[in-house]
Design a protein around this ligand. Sequence first.
Ligand code: AMP
Length: 190
Amino acid sequence: MRVILLGPPGAGKGTQATLITRNQRIPHISTGDMMRCAIAEGSALGMKAKAFMDAGKLVPDDLVIDIVRERLLKEDCRNGFLLDGFPRTIAQAQALDAMLAKMNVALGHVVELEVAEDELVKRILSRGQAGSGRSDDNDEEVIKKRLQVYREQTAPLSEYYSKAKKLRKLSGLGTVEEIQAGISQVLKKG
Ligand code: AMP
């Protein structure tokens, strides 16, 4: 099972990804987590990524594509994986298509979680106040920038995957369990 979880910041992708990957026994690949980890380690990648992340902007495509390519080649991705926060641009989606073609595997579903923007700002701010440990969750200006970047650069992926007949949109409103049940239904249909 090769799944992409799409949706704006605050839609609940991380929470849902954790549950799906536990149930399906596939690796949870979050480019945001990988970059926060690189920053914590003080690696060259982390140092390059930090300024973009702190400003709410996207890290350049080439950096992110390289870390995903390396990750997908690991043994644990052989039977599937869930991508959370990648791709975020059309260029990343095209690079992913090329990686999958090279691996001789097909993408399953792209599940998009939809949540209205005013609700997203509220959720992210309360996540920051609850101690998410994410510096980009505390500043309303940075949150608004992340949402604007989503609208401009990531939302077009909806059409990209809709044309490829991979997209399934679900409401991101409701309890964690309700949303999880909706996603499970989609994934079950294969
Ligand atoms: P996330 O944890 O997915 O919300 O990502 C946090 C931040 O990491 C984003 O605001 C971006 O700065 C950066 N980031 C994560 N994934 C990507 C990606 N696929 N492309 C570019 N930047 C990314």
